[in-house]
Design a protein around this ligand. Structure first.
Ligand code: CP
Length: 290
């Protein structure tokens, strides 16, 4: 908890001020950060790269499709090859849960998890917490509803681990096939429901999740009915606290998990989350490398 608080406090220093150009710092001058993404990304990869450059580091981004992975090179060989070029850190996204942890045991280079399979997305949870704290004085005592494809969501898992350290009342909601019952036991303060209206009632924060069709090997629900039962619409907002905020890690699928009227409403902080992605990743990189 203390480490999370330190990162969130430091990230505030890196938030952009209105009407002021961001000054490039030099706390990581001379450092090299490699972004290695084996899965698609817009927000995470770009924000890690911007964060590194704003701190004065050099940053190189590599995708699986544009690397020798597409020629059959293994994950270990790819990482060993990159490590031989002596980067100071490797930021890594991979479809296999645990891949960054496995590699961190064998490589001397610090590895930052930018999302591993269905396991964790720690910097997403940190930027989500930073965004909530930009709208609320404290996390303690809040009710946060996380709604959607819970089973495949590394964002949900990392948020549960983070928020449970702050006494948050966490409600996980989704279709029964995407809501593993054992998630109620992974951390204190977690309850489950399949009823979106029950989840949203009294919520301070409504966090919507993308349906991760790429991780589903069989149909988990009738495709045409998802939005009817689990899509967030304007009518739902009246059930939440009057000043409740709506979050989504992105990418959003309008009309599948969230209505455009909600995504673009005053309640939505989705683009604030993206802004905070840069600030939080600056704080993380600085903490690891400076
Ligand atoms: N939230 C998130 O991880 O987005 P990207 O997949 O675009 O990085």
């Amino acid at each position: 908890r203390a480490e999370i608080e330190a990162i969130l406090t430091r990230a505030k220093d890196f938030q952009p001020f209105e009407d002021s150009a961001f000054k490039r710092l030099d706390v990581l001058r001379g450092k090299m950060i490699v972004n290695l993404f084996f899965e698609a990304s817009t927000r995470t990869r770009t924000s890690f790269e911007i964060a590194a450059k704003r701190l004065g580091a050099d940053a190189v981004s590599i995708t699986a499709a544009g690397s020798s992975v597409s020629k059959g090179e293994s994950l270990v060989d790819t990482l060993n090859t990159l490590a031989a070029m002596h980067p100071n850190a490797i930021v890594m996204r991979h479809a296999a849960s645990g891949a960054p942890h496995f590699l961190a045991r064998y490589l001397p280079t610090p590895i930052v998890n930018a999302g591993d399979g269905t396991h964790e997305h720690p910097t997403q949870a940190l930027l989500d917490a930073r965004t909530i704290l930009d709208h609320r004085p404290a996390l303690e005592g809040m009710r946060i509803a996380i709604i959607g494809d819970i089973a495949h969501s590394r964002v949900a898992r990392s948020n549960v681990y983070l928020l449970s350290k702050f006494g948050v009342d966490i409600v996980l909601c989704g279709p029964p096939t995407l809501l593993p019952p054992d998630l109620a036991r992974i951390a204190p303060g977690v309850t489950l429901t399949t009823d979106i209206r029950e989840a949203i009632t009294g919520a301070d924060v409504i966090m919507m999740l993308r349906v991760q069709l790429e991780r589903q090997h069989e149909a988990a629900f009738p495709a045409g009915e998802y939005f009817q039962y689990y899509g967030l619409r304007l009518e739902h907002l009246s059930l939440a606290k009057p000043d409740a905020i709506v979050m989504h890690p992105g990418p959003i699928n309008r009309g599948r998990e969230i209505d455009s009227e909600v995504a673009d409403s005053q309640r939505s902080v989705i683009l604030n989350q993206v802004e905070n992605g840069v600030a939080v990743r600056m704080a993380v990189l600085e903490r690891i490398l400076s």
